[in-house]
Design a protein around this ligand. Sequence first.
Ligand code: UGA
Ligand code: MN
Length: 259
Amino acid sequence: PTIYLITPTYSRAEQKAELTRLGNTLLHVESIHWILIEDSDFPSNLISNFLARFQALSKNRSNIRVTHLVKRTPIEYRTKLNDPNWLKPRGVLQRNEGLKWLRNNRNNIDSRGIVYFADDDNTYDLRLFDEMRDTKKVSCWPVGLVGGLMVERPLVNDENKVIGWNAVYKPERLYPLDMAGFAVNITLILKNPKAFFTLKVPRGFQESYLLKQLISDISELEPKSDKCTQVLVWHTRTERPNLKQEVKLKRPSNENIEV
Ligand code: UGA
Ligand code: MN
């Protein structure tokens, strides 16, 4: 089955570096369809060129398919440069745009496909993609370096059923896992055409908000990664680069150079 990776991305100094790193990972994975959604009103040259290069590279390797979409977060929901990162939800409308694309293209997509929300800054072990590929409804696994813990994870019994969570950050969440901690079979996405993320829930509740539209309780979750004892994805975050010497230059250091 194809894995549909939904990746929101936004323009900032380190964007190309992040996507290069993620792209290099994906070049090692079979049957991927990468849906990249820019937080913008129009496609940027940077991303268009990146995807063209990426597609060419992948031809000789895993033959990844790529879809380039755009959806801009309205001004009142946008994180400003000096806002703390937890103030506003991030990537919400972009992920919804990816879901819409899948539904609009239901006749042309792999009906056995899997949907995974892959943020552009996380770190993905190649084995994660093998784990998620046979998701029947919703699969889940631990995520490293998130929720204020070394690992946030589902607790799983000997029968490989989820029986609870180790979450400490907002443990009242219905499904206290990170966006990187689950994948969904495409049939659930198509069967529930109104299931979306929303700008209207507090931070940390996106995942629960979506999942409660797709499954009725934790008994429907399929634990992966050896009964959720292995970390195959990390919620890494990139330090904002220090560019303060730029102001001392008459011309920007990257004049005519894409960084
Ligand atoms: C955490 C979660 O891991 C995210 O899945 C969740 O979307 C986010 O919190 C949230 O606050 O809603 P965090 O590392 O803080 O993630 O967020 P980012 O990685 O900065 O953003 C998540 C995704 O949205 C990234 O792929 C990023 O490129 C994209 N994004 C971010 C936008 O498209 N627009 C923005 O203005 C900011
Ligand atoms: Mn992130």
